[in-house]
Design a protein around this ligand. Structure first.
Ligand code: COI
Length: 338
């Protein structure tokens, strides 16, 4: 059981469950103890590859409390596949999907009592670290690794629940490099930090929307959508930004609900002209579906609609969360009950 702090009043990601699963990799072979163990500090050599050359990545997925009291992991296999993709792009040895899957399930089973009721969840943070002790290995991958599944009971990522967010649009500085965006790597987040801190200070912005030369991709922590009655648009995938599992879920559900779905390039001009009934929202495992009320471009504020969460945004959020929390059917087989 995690300590008795309340996930709904504590900042996202600051409470940790007290069981973890861990596997050690050496020359392509992973060794897992086979069960969850007590959470403990890591002991790392100061010359650990990940600490010097950034050979580390992670995943973010959630387990949700179901009406019958059980717990279901949302889109487990898709997150396993994306974790494998990130690991491979860092040239670390990619574990078998079955091992990653089992370690996630074992951790969630061990920490299941920590799962808050909706809209809370048990956040799952699979993590991979290159552990080779070699500060000369700047141009060679780490041959040894550590993989673990950390759990954290969470409430809302954006403090204040469902409220209209303010986005500052950044058109000069990219979030990351064009080839690294699809890796879920801490490097991408720290690269966005300076711009994000400036936007918080100057505009009280919640997130920065990266749109280099007007080409919208994503915000620091979520994917980006335009929606209005009958139509939803998001940026087509490429290697420059994260391939959100929540993003994919929304596109599928929007199609099910009869929306015309487009994945294509999106410009800042189009965002500003999105028009009558136009709504903007962000999506992510942590962000869920988060409405946007204001965008700031070159210091100029534009209110989206009446500045409040719109009906299409709220409908899609409800469609997503009701599959996650088991109050709706699961036609696409996205829940894994543990
Ligand atoms: C997630 O949505 O899972 C993320 O990793 C975003 C992070 C900033 C909490």
């Amino acid at each position: 059981m995690a300590n008795d702090r309340d996930p709904f009043t504590s900042p996202f990601g600051t409470i940790f469950s007290d069981k973890i699963t861990t596997a050690v990799g050496a020359d392509g072979t992973y060794t897992y103890s086979g069960s969850a163990e007590p959470l403990a500090d890591l002991s790392l050599h100061p010359g650990t590859h990940a600490l010097h050359y950034g050979s580390t990545c992670f995943e973010g997925l959630k387990a949700h409390r179901q009406p019958d009291g059980s717990v279901a992991i949302f889109r487990l296999d898709d997150h396993v596949a994306r974790f494998q993709q990130s690991i491979g792009l860092l040239y670390l040895d990619v574990p078998e999907a079955d091992l990653i899957r089992q370690m996630i399930i074992d951790a969630v089973v061990a920490n299941a009592d920590d799962t808050p009721v909706n809209p809370g969840a048990l956040y799952i943070r699979p993590t991979m670290i290159g552990t080779e002790q070699n500060i000369g290995a700047a141009a060679t991958p780490s041959k040894s690794t550590l993989m673990y599944m950390l759990n954290s009971p969470v409430g809302d990522y954006f403090a204040g629940g469902i409220r209209p967010l303010t986005l500052a649009v950044e058109q000069s500085i990219p979030r990351t490099t064009p080839q690294f965006g699809m890796i879920k790597s801490g490097a991408n987040y720290v690269m966005a930090l300076g711009v994000t801190l400036d936007a918080k200070r100057d505009h009280v912005a919640d997130q920065v929307l990266f749109a280099t030369a007007g080409d919208i991709t994503e915000t620091g922590a979520s994917n980006f959508f335009l929606v209005r009655d009958g139509e939803i648009v998001t940026r087509n995938l490429d290697t420059s930004f994260l391939h959100g599992v929540t993003r994919a879920s929304i596109l599928t559900m929007a199609g099910d609900l009869g929306y015309e779905v487009s994945e294509r390039s999106l410009t800042v001009d189009e965002l500003l002209a999105w028009g009558d009934g136009g709504e903007v929202f962000l999506s992510g495992t942590a962000a869920v579906v988060a409405p946007v009320g204001t965008v700031i471009v070159d210091g100029q504020k534009t209110t989206i609609g009446d500045g409040q969460p719109g009906p299409n945004t709220l409908k899609l959020r409800e469609a997503l969360t009701s599959v996650q929390d088991g109050t709706a059917d699961d036609p696409h087989g996205w829940r894994t009950v543990v």
